[in-house]
Design a protein around this ligand. Structure first.
Ligand code: MN
Length: 252
């Protein structure tokens, strides 16, 4: 089996190193990951600049690009055959609810899914990893990887896995929840007397939605959410069939 491992925290992060080491017995592991922290770059693809690939050691590569670049470069530029699985993580911090839309970690798994390669993302709720929680996340990822390698995934599906900071009480199949980010722009003055702005920093909470990834994590359960790339809103499509779109074409 050939497994491509990537992340968005950078190739040197503890999360990816533990993950790669833990799944090592499942096959050949090739790590292709950003050379630095590229968290929250979403599904960005580098098109206007060249990409450099630095072989740190055998089967471990650093790329001066995004997680999505890494999956592309790994699959189309580096590996002789498509991998059997792509795993992205273990991310520093959870990726639940709206986080998914910003997450480089989840986007790397999305990219693999678009290429038809089974994939999942793994994130750990802690920002400062404890050895225990990191081991739990890596071991769960290994068992999940083993299952996916044997059974595959439903068509056009990839998985988003989140592991709680506290000792986990179980695992739950979930749906994407909803974050509440609050007002989170900080304005300060720089030494030259100009204002600068910094996004984030405000406490985040989440909507209480039973069965959601947010709720599962809050209850100290590992959350496994099946995701798809196709964003078409089927219910809205049906409702919008009533819209007079044809009349809007008018004299265009
Ligand atoms: Mn990250």
């Amino acid at each position: 089996m050939l497994i491509l491992v990537t992340n968005d925290d950078g190739v040197r992060s503890a999360g990816i190193r533990t993950l790669a080491r833990t799944v090592a017995d499942l096959g050949r592991i090739v790590v292709v990951a950003p050379d630095r922290n590229r968290s929250a770059v979403g599904h960005a693809l580098t098109l206007e600049d060249p990409l450099r690939l630095d072989e740190l050691k055998k089967d471990v590569y650093a790329v001066d690009g995004t997680p999505t670049d890494c999956v592309n470069l790994g699959i189309h530029g580096l590996l002789q055959q498509p991998p059997d699985l792509v795993i992205s993580g273990i991310n520093r911090g959870s990726n639940v609810g709206d986080d998914i839309t910003y997450s480089g970690t989840v986007s790397a798994a999305l990219e693999a899914c678009l290429m038809g390669v089974p994939s999942f993302a793994v994130s750990l709720e802690q920002l400062e990893f404890s050895e225990r929680a990191l081991t739990t996340a890596a071991q769960f990822a290994r068992r999940l990887a083993s299952r996916v390698l044997e059974q595959g995934l439903p068509r056009e599906t990839f998985l988003n896995v989140n592991v709680p900071a506290a000792p986990c009480r179980g695992v739950e199949l979930t749906r994407q929840g909803k974050r509440q980010y609050g007002a989170s722009v900080v304005r300060k003055e720089d030494p030259r007397g100009r204002y600068y702005y910094w996004l984030g920093g405000a406490d985040v909470s989440y909507e209480d939605i039973p069965g959601s990834d947010c709720n599962a994590l809050q209850s100290d359960f590992i959350s496994v959410t099946p995701l798809k790339a196709n964003l078409t809103h089927e219910q809205a499509y049906t409702e919008l069939l009533d819209w007079p779109l044809q009349s809007m074409i008018g004299n265009l």
